[in-house]
Design a protein around this ligand. Sequence first.
Ligand SMILES: [Zn+2]
Length: 299
Amino acid sequence: MGEKSMGQVRIGALEAGGTKMVCAVGLADGTILEQESMPTDVPEKVIPKLAEWFSSHDVDALGIGAFGPTGVNPRSPKYGYVLETPKSGWRGFDFLGSMTSRLGVPTGYDTDVNVACLGEATYGCARGLDVVVYLTIGTGIGAGVMIDGHLLHGMLHPEAGHILLGRRPADPGHSVCPYHEDCFEGLAAGPSIERRWGKPAVELADRPEVWELESDYIAQALSTYVLCYSPQRIILGGGVMKQMQLLDLVRSKVTADLAGYISAPELEDMDTYIVPNSLHERQGIMGCVELGRRALAGE
Ligand SMILES: [Zn+2]
């Protein structure tokens, strides 16, 4: 990076979603200098546009947060590839390679939920913490997991949105997951709420039974994350979590589900343990900035 100090480098950030690509240029402190979105077209069309945008903005590094599942293990031959997806042209596509071959700058690559977790852990409500779970509940459900300051990968990456839950006896299910009858995403993602109650979640705000059931499922999942990952804080985002009545229900049900088995100072104040995201929907793009910074610094 020549004579530039880390404070001066221009870091490209690409939040690659199923419907839109958010491109930004930021500084290492998380300041976003410029941002623009374009539709997620087929790779042959959108990749040249993305490369052109970042090269015209003179970036020194790039961080990509991609929709999953995708290869995030640098030692895997499928690193940077999009894996199973119904999105036309993207299945098996070498996303990372197609960007680095055009831009030639150090590039970090991870999932969209992992970068959201990284954004909150670097610039937001989980700053200074080492073990953090970021959960998004919207059209799908996904979790980003940070362990000891590093985003968790393993053989692939966590798919904690598909853990199996105990379905409430009175709930017929209406799973929207094509793979599982009773997984978290199948039972509690936005489309499942709509299928079960006949209306989209936003139109059900005044139906307490909807949020009673929804908070049951979210609390079951969070209790499992507490037991498996031992997070210091859990952050909730996504369209469904805009129903603010959910948060308190979830907090009290997690306490009930854990049933006093674990005692830790963090669990004594659920209002600071289970929190909404804090970066005004910029957690993903800011996480991409930090990912790019880490790639540049060789971290
Ligand atoms: Zn599933």
